[in-house]
Write a protein that binds this ligand. Sequence first.
Ligand code: RUQ
Ligand code: CUA
Length: 654
Amino acid sequence: MKVKKLQNLIGFALMLVLMVSCGGNQNGSTGPLGGGGAAQKAYVAPGEYDEFYAFLSGGFSGQLSVYGLPSGRLFKVIPVFSVDAEKAWGFNEETKPMLETSHGFIPWDDSHHPELSQTDGVPDGRWIFINANNTPRIARIDLTTFETVEIIELPNSGGNHSSPFTTENTEYVVAGTRFSVPVPQQEMAIEAYAGNFKGVLSYVKIADDGRMDIAFQILMPGFNYDLAHSGKGKSDGWTFFTSYNTEESNTLLEVEASKNDKDFIAAVNWKVAEQYIADGNYEEMNSSYLRNFYDEHTQMASTEKMNTVKVLKPEDCPGLVYFLPCPKSPHGVDVDPTGEYIVGNGKLSAELTVHSFTKMLAAIENEDFDDERYGIPVLNFDATLAGIVKSTGLGPLHTEFDGDGNAYTSFFITSEIIKWKVGTWEVLDRVPCYYSIGHLMVPGGDSREPWGKYLLALNKITKDRYLPTGPEVNQAAQLFDISGGKMELILDFPTIGEPHYAQAIPADVLFENSKQIYLLEENQHPHAVKSEEEVKVVRDGNVVRIYLTTIRSHFAPDNIEGIKVGDEVYFHVTNLEQDYDVPHGFAVMGARNSELLIMPGQTETLLWKPQYPGVIPFYCTDFCSALHQEMQGYIRVSARNSNPEIKWSVGIDE
Ligand code: RUQ
Ligand code: CUA
């Protein structure tokens, strides 16, 4: 009866949507409330799937969130660089090593730019990479499990911002430092910056199985390396990094780093770099950094300490790096799908400067150099210029492309997106953003074959868009339909943290490969138990290991005795379920870390130190069945100096 009524209601709502959309608003959304036509374009009916997965960085949340497009529905928050009590990320014994660095355990970071792995310049759905800006690292997320499986630290970097942009076949992801620092690190007067601080560009090799390794670093002048993109097609083999503060100032950068009329895009030929490395023309530098890897079979993360990196110095490596002059303090650098055009977005100018790759090669060939900085040739500006987009927008930041020869550039200061034609540089359309757009994203928009169709604006300021929630308001994303030539706003949705960049991929690329359970027979966790017969409690000095299992709706064992104050108790919990979407949780009173959330076939471990004698309950936190509330147990804790017998049980012996 009730179900029927609900269906009728949905039907009625649908009719209303259709009626409104067929109504007068032919141009779709115009006003801040949007029109019916627009609503229909973002509408994904209950039970239907979205067309795209979108991955939005969390910025200062350190995480990565997964949304559906065009609905804007949130599917998952993937913990990456910040501890997450919901999923025990950084709290359970299995994942603690993932957040280890050479500075110690770091529970937070600022992650900006997700980047999908590519094959032939097209996102392939194997992995997504993301940078940590503050304590320089790159993470790799496996897109079968949507879990972080590897984090590598970047030595000699002062802030990993221009990262982790991939090469056309995911040979490398790059990592340029935002802040230059003394390399190797050493104490020095801050005012000795110019000439003494260096900026490293790291090339992280990606193996066929995804494992990351620093192949080499390039020791660049002490500028700030802001963003990057690799070449594609004809420009495959090159990476382009924007830089600012080519003045090499160490104070009041808003003034001091805005003096030069032009800064640079550094064009790095990584194939030439590979040759220098192969020929042994590099310096091996002592630099320690950690590599953390989560093994899906043992379900444990481990940390490996590395001690050296191979370093290339541009002044000793002709042909490795060239500087393309670019108007004042550029931010994003974006390469069009053909690989011919390199767009530099001078954030303090109104114009977009587009360089030609073909002209760049000719200028290099003709040695058409204007200058040299620290042994790096500065190419003649006019010799490499393809064209200028005279947009009249202010503060261009980032550019994405559709599959039809158009580009879309975000303008922070004038808070708008401008669509322009690649090759003719004419402005085709412009729309306002609410408010102050940073990055923008078209599905596949930085690849060789953009899927187009939608454009997502990632805005910095929300102001009056949503119901107020005190001084802190969420950042706002805005979705545009770009299939009709004009950009049409179809949806606003709030985001988590501060998304900078995002990526999207058609749902069917990932859908089939998404893992549903971990096979119990493949679980090689050293403390897994595969059945209730195997459960046990083992004391070794003051370390007690409790091997537990979960299945709807009980723990085995659920009565445990023989624990003492002062013990270090490890709960090794294996979820015996082999059905999709049946995790169990585990929480114990007084635990100073978090809950566990254990997927079917998985084992996770919680450390607990009982503080006083008593009987302490534990329970399942994830509503797993009608009798979820009955899923609980007790631990008897005896006094420190007592000698209790270890006992465990489940159920009553007849
Ligand atoms: S950066 S918009 Cu990392 Cu452009 Cu933020
Ligand atoms: Cu298991 Cu609730």
